[in-house]
Structure formats: C-alpha cells, structure tokens
Write a new protein. Structure first.
Length: 162
C-alpha cells in the first residue's frame, strides 16, 4: 500500500470511530450489539496497521500480502456490520445517530453502498482472475497457446497448438 492509501484509510477509520463513539454515549441506547464493538475494533486495528505500514516502509512483500489478505477477509465482515447497522439505525430513526449526527450519518449511509460495491467488484475480479489462471494452466499442460483479445467490449479467447 502506498502512503496515500494508508492516510486515506486512517481518515476513513477515524470517521467510523467518531460515529461509533457518538452512538455509544451513555444517553444513546439505540443499538448495543456486536456490530458496534466489531466496527470499533476493526477500525482501531486498521489505523494501527496503517501506521505500522507507513512507518515501516520496507516490510517484505510477503508480509504485506499476508496482512492485506487478512484485512480483506475482515473487511467483508466490516461491510456487513456497517451496512446492517446503518440500516437499522435508519429504520429506528435513532435520534443520537440519525438526528444528532445527521451529516455524518448521511455520508456513512451512502458510503455503505460504495463499500458493498467494492466487495462485489473485488469478488468479480477474483473470479475472472481465477478463470484466466485456469485457462493458462490448461493451455500450459496441453501444450497450447492462448491469445486474449477484446472486441466490442467482449473478451475473446483463442487456443492454438504450439
């Protein structure tokens, strides 16, 4: 991850933490379940990981890949927790979340869709990558060559004997 990504991730995590801490105030009893704790812990951990990545710029690629793989899995749970929590707060019209923090709530309300679309997009890219790797593996084992081309927005795969 580059420095801009780390800083952006820290900023977004701080926004989530602020929002959750506002909801957890003593006079706000709208929701008190695992999602609040998970979002708080995930974003706190994400801030720490990003600070470490910023400070230790020379971490090995393998370690960065391992860290990012774990974060991707935890991010799926985070997206679910945020999506359902914001939806529940919206349905309850929770005063301390929806009314007192109206602008922040609205930003997170729409940002949850961005998060959901990014997870779906990542999944589609992963499936496409696996399909391409399987095609390349099949051609390598069967001594065929593969050419990929793009015509009219449609991917065309041509196989030929070597």
């Amino acid at each position: 991850m580059n420095r801009v990504s780390c800083l952006l991730s820290i900023a977004i995590s701080l926004i989530f933490l602020y929002y959750i801490l506002e909801i957890e105030k003593e006079d706000c009893n709208c929701v008190n379940d695992w999602r609040l704790r998970y979002i708080k812990m995930y974003n706190g951990g994400l801030i720490l990981v990003n600070i470490v990545l910023l400070l230790l710029d020379r971490i090995s690629i393998n370690l960065k890949s391992y860290i990012l793989s774990i974060l991707m899995i935890l991010n799926v749970i985070h997206v679910y927790a945020v999506y359902t929590l914001i939806d529940e707060l919206e349905k309850q019209r929770c005063a301390c979340a929806v009314e007192d923090n109206k602008h922040l709530h609205n930003v997170l309300y729409y940002y949850r869709y961005v998060m959901l679309l990014s997870i779906i997009g990542s999944f589609l890219i992963l499936v496409s990558s696996i399909r391409i790797l399987l095609l390349i593996g099949d051609s390598y084992n069967s001594k065929q060559s593969i050419k990929f081309s793009n015509k009219g927005g449609k991917m065309i795969v041509k196989r030929s004997k070597k």
